[in-house]
Design a protein around this ligand. Sequence first.
Ligand code: ZN
Length: 599
Amino acid sequence: MDSQIEEIKNKLNVLDVISGYIKLTKTGINYRGVCPFHSEKSPSFFVSPGRQMWHCFGCGAGSSIFDFIMKIEGVEFGDALRILANKAGVELRQENPQLRTERARLYEICDLACKFFEKQLESSVIGKEAETYLLSRGITKDSIKKWRVGYSPETWNSLTDFLVSKGYKREEVIKAGLAIKKDNSNDSYDRFRGRIIFPVFDLNSAVVGFGGRVFKQQNETAKYINTPQTLLYDKSGILYGLNNAKLSVRKQNQCIVTEGYTDVIMCHQSGFENTVAASGTALTAQHLNILKRYSDNLVLAFDMDVAGDSATKRGINLAEEQGFNMRIIGSYGEAKEKSDPADIIKKDPKIWEESIGKAKSIMDYYFDSAFLQFDKTSSSGKKEIGRVVLPAIKRLQNKIEQSHWVQKISQMLGVNEEVITEEMEKIKVNNVIEEKAEGKEISFEKAPENQRKNLIEEKIISLILKNPDYINLILEDHYRLFSEKIGNFLKRLSEIVNLPQEKLKKEEEKKDFKNIFDDVITDDGEFKNFVAALALRGDASPEEDGEAEINLCLLHLKNIELKENLNSISEEIKRAELQNDQEKVNNLIGEFNKLIKEL
Ligand code: ZN
């Protein structure tokens, strides 16, 4: 096994593996990007091709490509090994049974099922009919192959029987979402019957789920059905087509989000390879976190009812809060009525290209839709338009922008601006992210960067307040890591604690630490209150190893300092590069690498 791990490591470059997930830019001999494991604005995630390592100065995560895959895919080591082996073209010999996790077997089942469906499309009579239908929709044979489109026969058990014959249990087929358990029995039947099958891939192009579409419309059946939530498939975290789109999204720094499988396939086929679909769900926070790794620019191309559909609006609000630039494709080309991107492209890809170019801002879209949908001359129409548009205006952070739209709506409705503002005041706008975070205390590992240092300092002080001896863990060399005030406080505290015993009246007094605050903090009431509040805080549990905690905190502070230094050096490198001072650039890069090694 070890030799296989080595083989995989030798065949893969850390840079290739990681840049499959994150946007990286070159800084000297290293690469940096925004960390996918904690939320940050300025990039502190580094990849060193020389050392074949990655490290985040923000959250301290880092190590080998295996750790990266485990973390980003949320999988165990065995699965990470399989993913990377696949990428490296290394066939895993003698698979360790312990590594053949349930997850791994589900992957195998999904892939086998996908092959089964592909074969049906290729060779069965009805499969061929399905193929003809796809071709008539404009999907080429090459696309069918690329996206592994298949057909599920109109039978109750043929897929399950096939998988059982390959050594998998019925139960596992159910767990993969491919069969449905019959009530009160151990029996089951195939979920997908008589449907065109679109396999859904994860970022590594492994099949994790399926979407099935009827192609001869029958009554009383849903047009689309999908794999339910399984160990591998979670629709709120999967974007259809991203495995094939990710490089193009990054290159063009733009992602087009459509609604359906055929939209994605037709877009890719016509050269719009930066297209994905949120299958059967509005954009979720998880989707957005994934997209954020590739681009900040979204073009939404799906039918939205701005007056209803709160899930869609929530998705848009989430994306705005996460700092995405968004545009919306409202109507396509000359035709004002809605039709699928796939149909437009079949008609003429040029129309689609123009539509992307003419995509509207969110605000324009809200305005246009509301005014199209409601009658602006009637009083009830005015009210409805206000209901759609005002919350969107209120969400705007920039007051100038906000006033621009207030003016506009006031003109369009013929209603006084003051009245609009007054109405807007009444609306309660919830910040979606805040809603989620409410009631949760932030641990400093997960805290936003600008707060992390403060939280670490607080933690250290509150631990020292519980046991004054801990002050001796803070050495001369550490003071500079703290903010000035805290550093000075700790220094003076240390001096007092370490006064010769006879000078401290009683040992008792040393224990009752709060008594010596007055000696340490003489002139700063606010700071005194701050320390007093920390002393009251009960966040160190009795069994907590305070010494280890403090050392860990110090390590975090060192990381923060290192990161600050690295940031300023990379700024200097940029400046030196602009001045064409090659010698300085080289010196700075040397310094930079020395710092990286300090980790
Ligand atoms: Zn990080």
